[in-house]
Design a protein around this ligand. Structure first.
Ligand SMILES: Cc1cc2nc3c(=O)[nH]c(=O)nc-3n(C[C@H](O)[C@H](O)[C@H](O)COP(=O)(O)O)c2cc1C
Length: 383
């Protein structure tokens, strides 16, 4: 089997097979079927919200490259007259720097340094993109999901329901038939914003926001993921946040860390270390494992990291930085960045998903059922 994997890795370095997940199932007896927000997807690898999902061409290219899902850039909610309580987050900033970042334990990883925040064009432009996302998602094998930042009040303030209602109704109308998936982004309220400093306030948001969004959609059924931030508190508070968000359908865990000295968010090995530690602790203490479903994000840079997140309970993973590396960092010599990334994540003979799952089988951690190794079995079982 490893020889075959090495041959496939070399063979697909110039371009992936059209349906890589189907090929892997056929060639290795590995079923990579995963889930995002309850929807079955052919494999667990998707793109997190950010600067790589701003237009229809990017979505179409990612679908063609074989990505399982893409989260659109986060839009800032607005009311019927166009007022946005979180308007300060709609910052226009184009310059991104892909940089090396050394973790506290010395490991060298990658991070993207960028000072912008949310969608900086009009809401109508965003709705046009959501129309494309709805059409592509209904066509099957690929999901494209809007991401929103809604009003988050101070403790003594009410929620601005008009903003929730107007934004959600218009998103539902643009999306079209079928349940509307939404990722609600809490992340920009991370450090740097005094609002993010109060625990009680954060926990209130997490308890109340899912109900607000669901009732704001009117009759449109909504499937809601909350993307949780890494707050500037300890691991125990991350667990409290997860518990407070229990009425969401899924939790995306956890957005980037905050570098107080440089005043920027960052990723790399510190991020995956923290996220995995908290996810394992959540799993160990869970009274009702499996609800909400979990999606991992943070420093996913190999198939092995995907497996680490899966073994911490994540049914899929949302990557951003790995799709932005200098071309020379990918072993493939052809195809888009997305294709090159998928090639390494799936087929790398040492660090890829196939290699890692075969290794878990040899170690007796993962067992064939009906002749197949199943990715989702990893999320369901205790490590
Ligand atoms: C330049 C940049 C912009 C981002 N913008 C958003 C955003 O608008 N909304 C959001 O929820 N996450 C955003 N993120 C977070 C990513 O989606 C992802 O969760 C995070 O970077 C961790 O994954 P990574 O280590 O693979 O980059 C952004 C990340 C980067 C690097």
């Amino acid at each position: 089997m490893p020889d075959r994997l090495t041959r496939d890795f070399e063979r697909f370095g110039g371009g992936l097979p059209r349906e890589a997940a189907a090929h892997i199932r056929e060639a290795y007896g590995i079923d990579l079927t995963a889930r995002y927000l309850g929807t079955s997807i052919p494999h667990p690898i998707g793109k997190g919200s950010g600067q790589l999902s701003l237009n229809a061409d990017q979505l179409e290219a990612d679908r063609a490259a074989g990505l399982a899902f893409v989260i659109l850039k986060t839009v800032i909610a607005e009311d019927p007259v166009g007022e946005r309580s979180m308007g300060a987050w709609a910052v226009h900033e184009t310059k991104m720097r892909v940089e090396r970042r050394q973790a506290a334990d010395g490991r060298e990883g990658w991070t993207v340094t960028w000072k912008g925040r949310g969608w900086d064009r009009s809401f109508d432009d965003y709705l046009a993109l959501v129309r494309v996302a709805g059409d592509l998602s209904r066509a099957g094998q690929f999901l494209a999901v809007p991401s929103v930042k809604y009003h988050l009040p101070r403790l003594d303030e009410p929620f601005r329901d008009e903003e929730y209602r107007h934004t959600t109704e218009r998103l539902a109308a643009a999306w079209g038939a079928g349940p509307l998936p939404i990722e609600k982004d809490f992340s920009p309220t991370l450090a740097g914003d005094a609002l993010a400093d109060e625990r009680i306030r954060i926990l209130r948001w997490l308890r109340e926001v899912p109900g607000r969004i669901r009732s704001a959609g009117g009759p449109a059924p909504i499937r809601l993921a909350l993307k949780l931030m890494n707050a500037r508190f300890d691991d125990a508070f991350q667990l409290e946040m997860m518990a407070a968000a229990a009425t969401a359908d899924a939790l995306v865990c956890f957005n980037r860390l905050w570098d107080d000295a440089a005043r920027v968010a960052y990723g790399g090995w510190d991020l995956s270390e923290r996220n995995l530690r908290v996810l394992h602790a959540a799993r160990a203490g869970a009274t009702n494992p499996g609800t909400p479903a979990l999606v991992g994000t943070g420093n996913v840079c190999s198939g092995r990291l995907i497996l680490d997140y899966a073994r911490a309970g994540c049914e899929s993973v949302a990557l951003h930085t790995y799709f932005q590396l200098p071309l020379g960092e990918y072993p493939a010599t052809g195809g888009s960045r997305t294709e090159r990334a998928l090639h390494a994540l799936l087929y790398h003979p040492a660090d890829g998903l196939v290699a890692g799952m075969l290794e878990l089988e040899r170690a007796g951690v993962l067992h064939r059922r009906g002749g197949e190794l199943r990715f989702l079995d990893l999320c369901a079982t205790e490590p």
